[in-house]
Write a protein that binds this ligand. Structure first.
Ligand code: NAP
Length: 240
């Protein structure tokens, strides 16, 4: 599939989202992105013609709804990449109630709203790519809410895909399962991280391909272990 049109990428100001914006615009795809920081969006649009940015807090469902309605009516809409997310790398008991609510809204409610509003406007052959994590397969000891939102997003992909089949629509819903990537989200922790640029290339390849679920790097190994020995997968990730 040639990505000849407009792709909505949430969270294009940092990490994997930024790498996606650079890769897509370099190959002629127009991008509509969002973040909480107008200054960073302005810089992005200045440096990368073909990008438009909107200040949106994805933790605010009514702001997400407005953004989704604008995106849905944008000319040439081809697809949506639900990239933006936040992670409070804490024990559950140490997270405040508003922080738990905010993380769920940003990581799960916002992708669900964007999918709901955009699906009716995506063309045949359009796509939604949901970026999830090996932590959706087996959670680590900290960040239980983050892991739960990523598991929820995986299930959202399956449910939305089922609905596409029932409605006889050829909109692809792709679950891209990522390993540890070297971005601000993982700054100061973990080892063996892969670069956001490499991940961005694999995400675009996944969108152009035909698989519903794509496992990148070590996430493929974890998926294999989980199929044979789920208890072992959980023990491995518990230490993460
Ligand atoms: N890094 C990893 O190891 C890893 C592993 C597996 C999966 N993933 C997934 O990959 C995706 C990208 O992660 P990353 O590592 O690139 O993260 P990142 O560097 O922290 O970037 C997150 C992006 O999301 C935006 N964002 C976060 N909260 C937002 C909010 N409330 N409203 C609007 N925008 C918001 C940020 O924009 P502003 O801060 O400017 O608002 C930023 O552009 C996420 O879905 C993450 O779960 C990452």
């Amino acid at each position: 599939m040639k990505l000849d049109g407009l792709v909505v990428v949430t969270g294009g100001t940092s990490g994997i989202g930024l790498a996606l914006v650079k890769l897509l615009t370099r190959t002629g795809t127009r991008v509509l992105t969002c973040s909480r920081h107008g200054g960073q969006l302005d810089t992005l649009a200045r440096l990368h013609p073909g990008v438009e940015g909107r200040v949106v807090d994805l933790g605010d469902p009514s702001a997400v709804d407005l953004f989704a309605r604008e995106a849905a009516s944008a000319p040439g809409l081809l697809g949506l990449i639900n990239n933006a997310a936040g992670q409070d790398d804490l024990s559950l008991a140490d997270q405040t109630s508003p922080a738990i609510d905010r993380e769920i809204r940003t990581n799960l409610t916002a992708p669900a709203i964007l999918s709901a509003r955009l699906i009716p406007h995506l063309p045949q052959g359009g796509f939604i790519a949901n970026l999830t994590s090996g932590l959706a397969i087996a959670p680590k000891s900290s960040a239980a809410v983050y892991c739960a939102t990523k598991a929820g997003l995986r299930n959202l992909s399956v449910g939305a895909r089922n609905q596409m089949m029932l409605a006889d629509r050829s909109v692809r819903i792709v679950d891209v399962v990522l390993p540890l990537v070297d971005t601000p989200m993982t700054s100061g922790r973990g080892s063996g991280k892969i670069s956001p640029e490499r991940v961005a290339r694999q995400i675009v390849r996944a969108i152009r391909g035909s698989s519903d679920e794509v496992y990148i790097g070590q996430a493929a190994l974890l998926h294999g272990i989980d199929r044979i020995a789920p208890g072992l997968a959980r023990r491995i990730m518990r230490r993460g």
